[in-house]
Ligand binder design. Sequence first.
Ligand SMILES: [Zn+2]
Length: 136
Amino acid sequence: MKKFLQKYSEFMRGRYGVDDLFYFLMISTLILGLFPNFLLKNGLGLIRWLLFGFGIFRYLSKNFTARSKENAWFMKVFRPVKKEIKFLYTRIRNIKTYRYRRCPKCHQQLRLPVRKGKHTVVCPSCRHEFEVNIRF
Ligand SMILES: [Zn+2]
């Protein structure tokens, strides 16, 4: 086992390895693998293998500059998506205690305590007053 790890370590020396794009590609491959019938029906099975192959190619690549550029581009696109996913998770976690609404004037996200019915809300950043209806 130790010899295998040493050989693997020597093999990986100077290679790019893992980054956020690698994780994204591998997780996408796994998720697509959960729906094999859907992929085969729509002829998309190849896409899964292309994602997997690209991930492995990047993992083993020795061209750090190109791989870093790809990852930087990916993070530029993915960072806002990741932020929205985190916010969605927070909303779900706090569903019993808070509701989230945007101020119509400055678009600031407001966290409001759950009180059913219509209320007047004052935005803390722009002082704009607006009506909010919390139904459930
Ligand atoms: Zn506002």
